[in-house]
Design a protein around this ligand. Sequence first.
Ligand code: COA
Length: 382
Amino acid sequence: MTTAPAAAPTFAKGLVGVVAAQTGLSSVDGANGILTYRGLNIHDLAARVLYEEVVYLLFYGKLPQKQQLAKLTAELAANRKLPKAVLDHIRAAPRKATPMDVLRTAVSMLAYYDKETEDISVEATQRKALRLVAQFPTVIAAIHRARQGKDPIAPRPKLNHAANFMYMLHGKVASKLENDAMNLYLVLLADHSLNASTFTSRVASSTNADLHAAITAALGALKGNLHGGAAEATMNMLLEIGKVDKVDAFVENAFETKRKIMGIGHRIYKTGDPRARHLLEWAAKMEHDAGKGQRYVDMALSVERAVLRQKELYPNVDFFSAPMLYYLGVPTALDTCIFAASRIAGWSAHVLEQYNDSVLIRPGAEYIGSKSEVFVPLDERG
Ligand code: COA
């Protein structure tokens, strides 16, 4: 019996429309604007669960019962501290170094000190993943402090994940509103199907590289402003616009000159990003709390309206995150790191899935270079 020849592979620029993995972690329905984590709608989770519960959900498949949550919370609290050498690296980084570069190097360094770095079994990877979830906020807060010439703040085991993060960033226990806003942010960004950085983490782990290697690779992919860097770029854009009455001219000019409006548009969501409305709601709460005539949420809403007059493009997750993080006292340069502090859960869960799948990700490429060149020895080349 003859087998039918495989269909000729077709090139898909940007892998648009290509399904490159199977996952039970999160599903993104772009046409209807629906995001679920393990079948749970993000609208049911937002503002109702702790980030720790989402970590448990992603790593172990179900929302935790109380005792399970208490155990996970204790494990996270016990693993927040960093090796001295990593703190020294953060302190020694040039003041003008991009925080994402310092974070990426610090995470790569953490591999030296983890006792199970080379063990890629599911059990060891789950333990390492929990340690990384615990360590990310400590690294990021230490970077933030070092950039101000300040010493890092030691973690407080009694505070939950978001509250401890805010505490280590600012050196004081934040208000309930602020801690809840940080928790909501961490919950909403924890996983998002096969986005660029998650795909990167799966490609790296598909070679049997360890978790720290895969996460370091993912951090590299997250940095760009078409992905995780968009919140920083959005806030910088709002600061550049400066006043609500300048929005229309700014947006018109951007479309005329083909400058992209940051925080707008999405590869998958074409009718709106379901996370955006929660972030808008909480950014507005934070703005109200901040008082002092702050108007960045109004400005963002004006940008959204002005863009829609030009083209059917909607705010993505980074758009309202930008003013929300701003009101949480996060400098724009740190925004992408805060994104990473959430997505570490999703990346790690995808690495675990990838190990279970056990297949090397290695797509082909369509060769478009010259097909027949004649070799010329070095001393005869003109
Ligand atoms: N500002 C202005 N125009 C935009 C735009 C934006 N933010 N996003 C998309 N467009 C335009 C494109 O230029 C393109 O126009 P064209 O058809 O005239 O060429 C059209 O809308 C379709 O967009 P496209 O670039 O094909 O979508 P994509 O799926 O390749 O890109 C993004 C998706 C996210 C990369 C893109 O929307 C973008 O760059 N957004 C800004 C960065 C950002 O916020 N990233 C975070 C994503 S969560």
